[in-house]
Ligand binder design. Structure first.
Ligand code: STX
Length: 330
């Protein structure tokens, strides 16, 4: 079979599964890291169930109760945590010692603290990036991978979303994204935003953060603005989200080479994997999931026809809950 052009499974099913029921954590706490950061985590579902870890997006996002609903709470022991500087982790919005590699150390610290040997790793968007990097560094700890909205933090993806590409599809939202930046700085929007988001005056950070976060909120779902997460309107969330995203992106995700995840994807070959991708994902376009699938041909690959980037697109929910049910049997 021609490995460069695998058959594409395209989902458009009218009979779609929904999220699992809501559940409350059975434990939670703050994990010390030995450095300035403390990591907020929670465990949900069945304390004797199969372990999984759920990685949030951004980077700079946070966990929320909906993220517990992609796994059957009767069967899984779900671990969720707020990444460094995010959500309830402390200190909030801090960029110190905050890189892909320190996040991977936190995942390992949490795994050891909870006495888990191996787990299913679940992540969308930046959560998929972190899941892939973690699996490449610690393949023996990853029982399976369930990924959505694949994001490789390449220069090409960043140029598409923050400079020239998505701007053509959302000129109205793009105009709002450009508004805080003077014309002479618009040739490098990430650099212009980085200066403001690291500015000592919190008001300067806040103005930039609101516009940065709004751009992502405006483009996230095929269902339009009513599907935008309400968190994007909270200024404390927006500041952490924008500061941390921009810090990671100006640093190319802290990867050693520009295409590090694809170059190292061969390490994943024996890990069972599911890739779920919305065809009309404007934040992390399908090309990256496609490239990952070609580099990791044993992964199941499902393109959801009527979906954008959000984890809550109905077709994406359906594909993800089917994937986690299949992962139970690994
Ligand atoms: N950032 C993609 C990402 O990981 C470029 C992401 N986008 N929105 C989110 O995450 C949240 C909905 C989690 C805030």
């Amino acid at each position: 079979m021609d490995r460069t052009a695998p058959a594409l499974t395209v989902s458009t099913s009218a009979h779609r599964r929904g999220l699992f029921r809501e559940s409350e954590p059975f434990s939670s706490g703050w994990l010390p890291t030995g450095g300035p950061h403390e990591i907020f985590y929670e465990e949900c579902g069945n304390p004797t169930g199969k372990p999984c870890v759920i990685l949030h997006g951004g980077p700079g996002g946070a966990i929320n109760p909906t993220m517990r609903r992609f796994f059957d709470p009767a069967k899984w022991r779900m671990v969720l945590f707020d990444q460094r500087g995010c959500g309830r982790s402390r200190p909030n919005a801090s960029l110190e010692d905050n890189t892909t590699w320190t996040l991977i150390e936190d995942i390992e610290r949490l795994r050891v603290r909870l006495g888990i040997e191996k787990w299913c790793v679940f992540g969308g968007s930046w959560g998929s990036t972190l899941a892939l990097a973690y699996a490449i560094k610690h393949p023996e700890r990853v029982e399976s991978l369930v990924l959505r909205g694949v994001f490789l933090v390449t220069a090409r993806e960043l140029r598409w979303f923050y400079q020239d590409g998505a701007s053509m599809m959302f000129p109205d939202a793009w105009a709002r994204f450009c508004a805080p930046i003077p014309l002479e700085e618009r040739g490098d929007m990430m650099a212009a935003y980085h200066r403001r988001l690291t500015h000592p005056d919190r008001r300067v950070q806040a103005e930039a953060a609101a516009a940065w976060s709004q751009w992502e909120g405006d483009t996230i779902s095929i269902r339009g603005p009513e599907a935008r997460p309400s968190k994007f309107n909270e200024i404390d969330f927006a500041i952490a989200f924008a500061r941390i995203e921009c810090h990671y992106f100006v640093n190319g995700g802290f990867f050693d080479t520009p295409d590090w995840l694809i170059e190292n994807a061969h390490v994943l070959k024996d890990i069972p994997g599911w890739i779920v991708q919305g065809r009309f994902d404007v934040v992390t376009p399908l090309e990256s999931a496609w490239r990952l699938r070609n580099a990791w041909p044993t992964a199941r690959f499902e393109v959801v026809w009527d979906a954008g980037h959000a984890s809550t697109e109905p077709g994406v929910v359906d594909a993800l809950v089917r994937a986690t049910d299949q992962a139970l049997r690994i």
